[in-house]
Design a protein around this ligand. Structure first.
Ligand SMILES: Nc1ncnc2c1ncn2[C@@H]1O[C@H](COP(=O)(O)OP(=O)(O)O)[C@@H](O)[C@H]1O
Ligand SMILES: Nc1ccn([C@@H]2O[C@H](COP(=O)(O)OP(=O)(O)O)[C@@H](O)[C@H]2O)c(=O)n1
Length: 202
């Protein structure tokens, strides 16, 4: 039977961390939908037409190296504003969401566009400064050389583009539960998310 957990929110709010732990806890499959847009964005940076890239996307592209950089995140947010690119990625995400056995998807439009019928919806937020701090630490630990200020500027720029676009803008679904992780550790944020899912499972 299908049971979908939709997790949306801005960059580095903690969506992926919560999604992975929920998937492990409930035995559901997990899809990080940001990786689809990152894979298309990376190919655009390599000179490919983004629509061609989206239409021909393979599992290998999405599992590929080099997707979690600032430059690729920015490119992802640019290709994500193109309605044709979003359309090309829609059916795969919808089918994943409604697969048997349960699914957790994290992104920007899961609860609003990909799976409005999701049984549990969570909108994860945190202050831009907190998100930039966490993402900066993560990137530096992965060997990237960039400043906190550069990451904060990236966070602001992507927030604006993702919230301001006409097609599938980042916003909470009317029936989403918001979790603000600014002052929460990972365990506490995950515990709150588990409580939301338990309540929806009844
Ligand atoms: N509640 C939290 N407290 C502290 N650090 C967190 C918290 N949630 C996530 N992180 C860390 O912040 C970074 C970004 O989290 P991630 O889950 O990848 O965010 P998103 O998927 O929203 O981009 C990761 O390094 C992660 O370990
Ligand atoms: N469902 C989704 C997921 C990502 N995206 C876009 O893809 C970009 C990268 O997403 P991501 O989830 O990997 O980014 P982070 O939150 O991990 O920084 C976002 O800035 C969005 O523009 C989207 O439009 N819709």
């Amino acid at each position: 039977m299908a049971f979908t957990i939709a997790i949306d929110g801005p960059a580095a709010s903690g969506k992926g961390t919560i999604a992975r732990q929920l998937a492990a806890r409930f035995g559901y499959a997990h899809l990080d939908t940001g990786l689809l847009y990152r894979a298309v964005g990376k190919q655009m940076l390599d000179g490919r037409d983004p629509l061609d890239a989206a239409q021909a996307l393979t599992p290998e592209d999405v599992a590929g190296e080099g997707l979690r950089t600032n430059a690729v995140g920015q490119a992802a947010s640019r290709v994500a504003a193109l309605p044709e690119v979003r359309k090309a990625l829609l059916d795969f995400q919808r089918a994943f969401a409604r697969r048997d056995g349960g699914a957790v998807l994290d992104g920007r439009d899961i609860g609003t566009v990909i799976c409005p019928e999701a049984e549990a919806k969570i909108f994860v937020i945190a202050s831009p400064e907190t998100r930039a701090e966490r993402r900066h630490k993560e990137l530096v630990e992965a060997g990237h050389d960039l400043s906190y200020d550069e990451v904060l500027a990236d966070v602001h720029e992507r927030d604006e583009r993702d919230m301001g676009r006409a097609d599938a803008p980042l916003k909470p679904a009317a029936d989403a539960v918001t979790i603000d992780t600014t002052a929460l550790g990972i365990d506490e944020a995950v515990a709150r998310a588990i409580a939301v899912v338990e309540a929806a499972r009844g």
